[in-house]
Design a protein around this ligand. Structure first.
Ligand SMILES: [Zn+2]
Length: 409
């Protein structure tokens, strides 16, 4: 659970699994696609990493943690350098007896805790977090293994202190943030008589076009051309974002639901920490998609966090997990690594021989990667003799920085 660099262990952990299911999914990178197709190896099953089987067999936790919009609640809290948006999972390993007892006591009635994240300068706690629901847990040899799923975003209630319970476990009072219903930005200005005849769904472009005639009647009272208002509709922003993302990802990986898409983007597109924080606090999906569309148009590079040497390009990222290109993994020391998978990397050296002893990606061996220029830890090279792709890289989020090369027009 600790996030200090002292505790950072360079080893991905977990037990080796050899089982894999062939799957008709190809990496999104075209060069990788071509090199992979020459071999008759089985495609890696991207469902495997999300199950976090390296944690061993865990027991299901019954019940769900769901709060009303605006509800104020007091919960245990954990802070990591990672961010988990609603719908995504976080594995955790707790070794400290006091922390384990305290967390178990606090999650007996409500199987939930708050995940906190640092501010952009990493010096204090960001005012927004997420409520995590624990869905699997197991205490083995005095070590607590658990998996939690992000459910709802929340905001720290101003004026309420962040109380330290023990070690890195806190208690916080938060206000729950629910997604407001998706509506057209102009829906409140529509005449009632037209509203009855033009009930288009603003998330569906086909519906949108079907009622275009009524929309034009409605919009003729305003000074600007119709297309100006169209560009602010949910279906326009969603389709535009999906269209842009298909340069990097296969369309079947991209969710079409606007809310899910707005969270998936953060989990899959390489953003700076402060950009992710900005998206985290935006209440509506329509505003998040608008900002994400701006971020999508900025050219980015993945660079060493210490010396800024180029490590990978944005189009080198590809998913090795159903959660996307960016997932959280945990080692036996409890250190959570947010890891981004890329098909190609440069400016690195490998340290030591490949090891199959532990792996977050069942069937792959790992080798530690260091920056060629400054020797800081970057992540791991994963290789397999019988799986496709036969090689990829898992870059640790705390080892690299996202550099914006060109700003959006
Ligand atoms: Zn470096």
């Amino acid at each position: 659970m600790s996030d200090s660099d002292d505790n950072a262990n360079n080893l991905p952990d977990g037990q080796m699994e050899n089982g894999h299911v062939p799957m008709e999914v190809e990496p999104n990178n075209s060069a990788e696609r071509q090199s992979g197709s020459a071999r008759s190896h089985d495609q890696f099953d991207i469902d495997l990493p999300t199950s976090h089987r390296y944690l061993g067999k865990l027991d299901n936790v019954s019940g769900c943690a769901f709060y009303d919009d605006g509800e104020i609640t007091t919960l245990a809290a954990i802070q990591t350098n990672t961010l988990v948006f609603p719908g995504f999972t976080l594995p955790l390993v707790l070794n400290n007896d006091l922390e384990i007892n305290m967390l178990q006591r606090h999650t007996q009635k409500k199987n939930a805790f708050v995940l906190l994240t640092p501010t952009k300068d990493f010096k204090s706690v960001f005012a927004y977090g997420v409520i995590m629901e624990i869905f699997e847990t197991h205490l083995r040899n005095d070590v607590l293994y658990l998996k939690a799923r992000s459910r709802q975003r929340c905001q720290l209630v101003p004026g309420k202190e962040i109380k330290t319970l023990v070690g890195e476990l806190y208690q916080v009072t938060v206000k729950v943030m629910l997604e407001p219903p998706i509506t057209s930005p102009i829906s409140n200005t529509q005449l009632n008589s037209l509203k009855l005849r033009a009930r288009f769904k603003c998330t569906d472009y086909r519906e949108f076009n079907k009622y275009r005639k009524y929309r034009q009647y409605h919009l003729c009272q305003y000074p600007l051309a119709t297309w100006v208002y169209d560009k602010h509709e949910m279906c326009f922003l969603r389709d535009k974002l999906i269209q842009g993302l298909t340069s990097y990802y296969l369309i079947e990986f991209i969710p079409h639901d606007p809310v899910q898409l707005s969270f998936w983007f953060v989990q899959n597109f390489q953003l700076k920490h402060e950009e992710r924080l900005k998206i985290m606090k935006i209440r509506t999906a329509i505003e998040r998609l608008r900002l994400e569309l701006r971020y999508l148009n900025m050219k980015r590079l993945i660079c060493c966090a210490k010396c800024e040497a180029e490590i990978a390009q944005q189009n080198n990222v590809f998913p090795m997990s159903k959660d996307g290109v960016q997932s959280n993994y945990c080692n036996p020391g409890g250190y959570v690594y947010e890891t981004v998978t890329v098909s190609k990397a440069t400016n690195f050296t490998l340290i030591g021989p490949p090891s199959a002893q532990f792996s977050w990606f069942p069937g792959y061996s790992w080798t530690i990667m260091q920056c060629k220029m400054c020797s800081s830890h970057l992540g791991w090279q994963f290789t397999s003799a019988n799986l496709k792709p036969d090689k990829f890289y898992g870059l640790a989020k705390n080892g690299f920085d996202v550099k914006i090369v060109t700003e959006a027009a």
